[in-house]
Design a protein around this ligand. Structure first.
Ligand code: RB5
Length: 144
């Protein structure tokens, strides 16, 4: 089963908990990189911890939540080898896997309701990278 890293700041803490429960019920192995309360904190800390664990192979995929999803997506995409996709609906989540081989999913708790967020997670985890013509473009992402 896929090993999934998950993290959030205070703005994504509640949705993070719901995603963890949802994934564990489905049998995924989930590692929580924090934060562990709704106390105010800094999203780059948690986004980079998740992103680095995906980049170094400790986890296959990562999911990061903040209030908007924007901060964590910017932070995660600073880590070489990470392709983080901020998704507000399920179709983009599917395309981010098929075409971009996204290895990190970003969500905004203040933007996306729980039910839609869980569907996005589900679709994202089930969708497989298509490879082929997309690989050349993905290889270019990590070039200097
Ligand atoms: C925290 O208030 C908020 O700025 C953060 O969760 C996130 O939305 C940043 O992009």
């Amino acid at each position: 089963m896929t090993k999934i890293a998950i993290g959030s700041d205070h703005g994504g803490f509640n949705l993070k908990g719901k995603i963890i429960k949802y994934l564990e019920e489905k049998g995924y192995e989930v590692k929580d990189y924090g934060t562990y309360s709704t106390d105010s904190c800094d999203y780059p800390v948690y986004a980079k911890a998740v992103a680095k664990s995906v980049a170094n192979g400790e986890n296959e995929k990562g999911i990061i939540v903040c209030g908007s999803g924007i901060g964590v997506s910017i932070a995660a995409n600073k880590v070489k080898g990470v392709r983080a996709a901020l998704c507000h609906e399920s179709h983009s989540a599917m395309l981010s896997r098929l075409h971009n081989n996204a290895n990190v999913l970003c969500l905004g708790e203040r933007i996306t309701g729980e039910s839609l967020a869980l569907d996005i997670v589900d679709v994202w985890l089930k969708s497989e990278y298509e490879g082929g013509r997309h690989q050349r473009r993905i290889d270019m992402l990590d070039e200097d």
